[in-house]
Design a binder for this molecule. Structure first.
Ligand SMILES: CC(C)(COP(=O)(O)OP(=O)(O)OC[C@H]1O[C@@H](n2cnc3c(N)ncnc32)[C@H](O)[C@@H]1OP(=O)(O)O)[C@@H](O)C(=O)NCCC(=O)NCCSC(=O)C[C@H](O)C(=O)O
Ligand code: MG
Length: 297
């Protein structure tokens, strides 16, 4: 896992692009090593036909044994809590010890606690939760507070649309209040939060617009379904040149001896406080981390 030190409550892990790879698709699994995504989510759930679940688990066994991922987080998405497949999926997680297990269709805090109990033998494996049911969104705050191992919420709008009857449309107008509730719940409990997949992977403009909206909503990154979406997500969720320049100016301004005992300063007609300094330092740490990663790749 890649992290950068953070002076603020929620982490500054790099999770801009979280690519879902169907565990049943050997060709796609083979491809992951050459892809520049920050996280690989190995999917045992919706992308795997029920009769193929065992084969998909075997593929992951082979994959983890032969060619572990370097420098990226490895996450396994299991089948739903209480489904006939989940026990075997969790056993696989205990066997392979990925960085995290992604639990789909989480309805409430009890689902997280049950999964934490099932995975208790591997305390290093963190928990991620898909927020994709009406009950899950209503219980977002309780879910986010459910267990210290919970690390990240991932929005799942395909299932949420199915559950609520809200149709798919650009801009996600009627979903915005629920989406923001998930972001708020994550932040209130120091978790990362990842935006939903964008299904139309040929529509690059639509994808870029949704990444930009997700960034403005406060997401850390986006769940992806196709390698063609990685670059756009990495770009959208990396600090922009303007944001870096502004952060550097804030750090420089507070480093001035004249600002030593000031909590608030005037920067070209803008009020800037020490909380902005903390944000600026965090952004610069993330930028340094990304730069180092590029130069060592
Ligand atoms: C959607 C796809 C089925 C399309 O696949 P395909 O027809 O093979 O596309 P391409 O021909 O354009 O593929 C080009 C090459 O790229 C490889 N590929 C494609 N997708 C992936 C991937 N996800 N990871 C790695 N590699 C990938 C192909 O194998 C081709 O390789 P090559 O032949 O060597 O050139 C497919 O993209 C796909 O299955 N995507 C992921 C589906 C998935 O994971 N679904 C579950 C997550 S969605 C979700 O979670 C929704 C959420 O729960 C909610 O409720 O919202
Ligand atoms: Mg789903």
């Amino acid at each position: 896992m890649t992290t950068v030190s953070s002076p603020t409550s929620h982490s500054a892990r790099i999770r801009r692009s979280c690519l879902s790879v169907p565990a049943i698709n050997q060709r796609a699994l083979d491809k992951t090593h050459g892809l520049d995504c920050d996280v690989v989510i190995f999917d045992l759930e919706d992308s795997v036909f029920p009769e193929k679940k065992g084969e998909a688990r075997d593929n992951l066994r082979r994959f983890f044994r032969q060619t572990p991922l370097e420098g990226r987080e490895a996450v396994i998405r299991t089948n739903a809590i209480g489904s006939e497949f989940q026990r075997a999926d969790i056993d696989l997680v205990l066997e392979l010890a990925p960085d995290a297990v992604l639990l789909p269709k989480v309805d409430g805090p009890q689902d997280i606690r049950e999964a934490a109990d099932l995975a208790a033998a591997s305390p290093g494996v963190r928990l991620w939760a898909m927020m994709e049911t009406a009950k899950g969104v209503l219980n977002a705050a309780a879910i986010a507070a459910a267990d210290a191992r919970l690390d990240c919420l991932v929005l799942g709008l395909n299932d949420l649309r199915k559950d609520t009857g809200v149709p798919s449309e650009h801009g996600r107008t009627y979903l915005v209040p629920w989406i923001m509730q998930v972001v708020l719940a994550a932040r209130a409990h120091g978790l990362d939060v990842i935006d939903s997949v964008f299904n139309d992977f040929w529509d690059t403009d639509g994808f870029a617009a949704e990444c930009s909206q997700g960034r403005a909503m406060g997401f850390d990154g986006k769940m992806l379904i196709h390698p063609a979406q990685i670059e756009g997500a990495n770009q959208a969720f990396s600090p922009s040149a303007e944001a870096i320049a502004e952060a550097e100016a804030i750090v420089t301004a507070f480093a001035d001896p004249a600002a030593r005992d000031l909590n608030v300063i005037n920067m070209n007609g803008q009020m800037v406080e020490r909380l902005h300094l903390e944000q600026a330092e965090r952004l610069l740490a993330k930028t340094r981390h990304l730069t180092n990663r590029k130069t060592t790749a």
